[in-house]
Design a protein around this ligand. Sequence first.
Ligand code: CDP
Ligand code: MG
Length: 136
Amino acid sequence: METTLVLIKPGGVQRNLIGEITRRIEARNLKVVGMKLIHAERATVEAHYAEHKERPFFKDVCDYLTSGPVVAMAIQGTNAVKAIRAMMGATNPLEATPGTVRGDFALTIDDNLTHSSSDPEAAARELGLWFPEGTV
Ligand code: CDP
Ligand code: MG
């Protein structure tokens, strides 16, 4: 059993995709064990994307993540990390397979609608950051 972090980024919230994305996750028989709608602190977002600190897109992606409310979700299930990554699709929506969230609803990499943890170690770190109070 694994728990992973999903963020519905501001573009996804703006486009009323909270229900659609959550529906897909639940339909896969993954369980929502934490969920909140928040306007994230810049420090949280910068820590979240710390691995990308030296990348040219770091400032833009941090600006984007703090530009409006996000939904943070803790998702639990067998192989949840890999299952969720596959459901969200490739980082660049143009390369994301139809049937994935990004392949169905996104067009550009700077507005690719969701974040999901890349591996179990990243999931543990990110869940600590977004759910310091713990999950249910
Ligand atoms: O989100 P994912 O793990 O698929 O991709 P990443 O390589 O960890 O990059 C994190 C986020 O930075 C992406 O989801 C994009 O929102 C953004 N990004 C970007 O705007 N331009 C790039 N060339 C690469 C990433
Ligand atoms: Mg990543």
